[in-house]
Design a protein around this ligand. Structure first.
Ligand code: GLU
Length: 416
């Protein structure tokens, strides 16, 4: 399954509704720049780097950056570390970033980067060398007004700090504004760590009101308990929702009486996975998508809800906190079943929105309080949801097509 082909299908559907010229659609499908490069890393001696010795061997990883579209502002988007990263995926993710920044109407474009690597197999010192090397390969093509990377799957504030430091050494730019998602003491923004989950929570609140549901009778399953899934689940539970299912890459757990994400995370940290929680039903990481619930929240990777399993989804709402979790074939099946799919480019846009705030604070040399950050994020998420909802009603299209229609109109306007 090609994520990029899926993304282009989504674009075609919206472009047709908008009556766009095929020459314009072709232009929208073309990434501005593709960088593909080797990332060599000196590996530490077996047994870790504690001794300070290394065996001098070098391992070569494959790195990417796709700068998709900057009509509305600097390229913006994360860097993913994952063994399945490839050019097709990075192109899709970069395109979705361009749509996402336009949906929430922040003055940024779309880009994405990655390294094909399993970071769990690297020591901390190797991870640092890998991250700094990515910057040495890319520093001439990124910058506060050019391209602003951020965290994504498996990349952390610490990794952003190494990257920002390497960038400052190479260029002398000490604003910190070339990377967002940095630690607080390195120019990061209050609220950035939880921002994607927080933004999704505001969107959840909007959609359940539209569907006349109440938090207390709404059961939620979250697939994936990384940064995004964990913060989202925490906020949802605090907001009165019942979290009945959680999963990680090793499998899922289900409890109709409710789960406490904090407690589940404690077990995961101690015993390696959520599946080691006692007294709950164990299910596979994909099977969790088919369990009884009201809101299903994919918060892991793309291509999870497909033609193979979409018909068995029991939720009323799918809130996409991952990028690209639903294929176009699945979208159609879900639509026919009357399930509302709140698309990634809206539901998970809180992360990049607070990244934009971080960038602004760095350039103005300011530090906003968490309350200030949330006071700016909340109306952006709620108003973006309402604009997408209104377009969906006005044109009789699903929420993804509505979001794409709004975004594409803004990008085309800027390109002109
Ligand atoms: N990786 C996140 C996303 O997919 C955040 C990107 C950013 O902050 O630039 O939206």
């Amino acid at each position: 399954m090609s994520a990029f082909e899926n993304a282009m299908r989504q674009l075609d559907i919206a472009a047709e509704k908008l009556g766009l010229d095929s020459s314009v659609v072709d232009k929208l499908k073309q990434p501005d720049n593709i960088f593909e490069f080797d990332v060599p890393v000196r590996m530490s001696a077996k047994g870790g780097s504690a001794s300070g010795r290394d065996d001098g061997s070098e391992k070569i990883f494959h790195g990417y950056r796709v700068q998709f579209n900057n009509a509305r502002g600097p390229y913006k988007g994360g860097i993913r570390y994952h063994p399945q990263v490839d050019l097709d995926e990075v192109k899709a993710l970069a395109f979705w970033m361009a749509i996402k920044t336009a949906v929430v109407d922040i003055p940024m474009g779309g880009g994405k980067g990655g390294i094909e690597v399993n970071p769990k197999e690297l020591s901390l010192a190797e991870l640092e060398r890998l991250s700094r090397e990515w910057v040495r390969k890319m520093y001439e093509h990124i910058g506060p007004k050019v391209d602003v990377p951020a965290p994504d799957v498996n990349t952390t504030p610490q990794i952003m700090a190494w990257m920002a430091d390497e960038y400052a050494k190479l260029t002398g730019d000490t604003t910190g504004a070339t990377f967002t998602g940095k630690p607080l003491d390195k120019g990061g923004s209050e609220g950035r760590e939880a921002a994607t989950g927080q933004g999704g929570f505001y969107v959840l609140d909007e959609i359940i009101k539209k569907l006349s549901l109440n938090p207390t009778d709404t059961r939620v399953i979250v697939q994936g308990i990384g940064n995004v899934g964990y913060h989202f689940a925490q906020l949802a539970r605090q907001g009165g929702y019942k979290i009945v299912g959680l999963s990680d890459s090793k499998g899922g757990i289900y409890n109709p009486n409710g789960l406490d994400p904090e407690e589940v995370m404690r077990v995961k940290k101690e015993k390696g996975s959520v599946i080691n929680v006692d007294g709950v039903e164990k299910v596979g990481g994909l099977a969790i998508l088919q369990k009884e619930c009201d809101v299903l929240v994919p918060a892991a990777l793309e291509n999870q809800i497909t033609a193979d399993n979409a018909a068995r989804v029991k939720a009323k709402v799918i809130l996409e906190m991952a990028n690209g979790p639903t294929t176009p074939e699945a979208d159609k099946i879900l639509h026919d079943k009357g399930i509302s799919v709140v698309p990634d480019v809206l539901a998970n846009a809180g992360g990049v929105t607070v990244s934009y705030f971080e960038w602004e604070q760095n350039l103005k040399n300011e530090h906003w309080t968490e309350a200030e950050v949330l006071a700016k994020l909340e109306p952006i998420m709620r108003e973006s949801f309402r604009a997408v909802w209104d377009t969906h009603e006005e044109h009789g299209v699903d929420l993804r097509t509505a979001a794409f229609m709004l975004a594409v109109k803004r990008i085309v306007e800027a390109m002109k």
